[in-house]
Design a protein around this ligand. Structure first.
Ligand SMILES: [Zn+2]
Ligand SMILES: [Zn+2]
Length: 207
């Protein structure tokens, strides 16, 4: 009777040992290094805390959806696919809250240690395969943060706020105005109005 193969280690025990305990890590052992081999991954992961710019960002813990294809190439692992990420913030013109979902395309090479790409690139120019895994988080963070608008608007043509009363112009009637005369000019206007010989047609206050 042939000896029974040693029991495969349980999934739980390998997970505990390998860095894939971080949900942003992808273990590359399944993909392997044979050029042309491919692996699809789909993950929904909670957003870390710091994915934001001044007025808009990804709420911490919001669901980031990844649909990625990993492809083994000579130089490393090519990662391509889509990232959907919810964003929340406020309109740069009228300060109304904004909620949206960004749908972003990604394609990046993670270079193997010792590959030509790695050897000829500056430290911060190329993503790297780290041992048996890649870390998707810096890639997705850069993608998302670079896509966030510095001046987000609630609608494409948001008119902003009335400079006199501070209300949203889009909520006000189109003819919203404030009949205010600057007090410094009030006296002058009065003098013109009463000046002898001023034709009434030239008086701008007359409508
Ligand atoms: Zn707005
Ligand atoms: Zn107003």
């Amino acid at each position: 009777m042939p000896a029974a193969p040693p029991p495969r280690p349980g999934a739980a025990s390998t997970d505990a040992r390998r860095p894939a305990a971080n949900p942003w890590f992808v273990d590359l052992r399944e993909l392997g290094r044979r050029a042309g081999s491919m692996q699809e991954i789909e993950r929904t992961l909670p957003a870390p805390a710091d994915w934001r710019v001044e007025l808009i960002g990804v709420p911490e813990g919001a669901e980031v959806r990844l649909r990625l294809r990993l492809e083994s190439v000579m130089e490393g692992v090519l990662v391509s696919g889509e990232v959907d990420v919810p964003v929340a913030g406020s309109c740069a013109r009228c300060l109304e809250p904004i909620e949206d979902t960004l749908e972003l395309d990604v394609q990046e090479l993670f270079a193997y240690e010792g590959s030509t790409t790695e050897a000829t690139s500056e430290e911060d120019e190329v993503r790297r395969v780290e041992g048996e895994h890649i870390d998707l988080e810096p890639m997705v963070r850069d993608l998302v943060v670079l896509s966030l608008p510095l001046a987000p608007t609630c609608t494409e043509d948001c008119a902003g706020l009335c400079v006199d009363c501070g209300q949203r112009l889009d909520d006000l009637p189109a003819d919203h105005t404030h009949e205010q005369l600057d007090p410094r000019w009030a006296g002058l206007a009065g003098r013109f109005a009463s000046a002898p010989g001023t034709p009434a047609a030239d008086n701008p206050e007359e409508n």
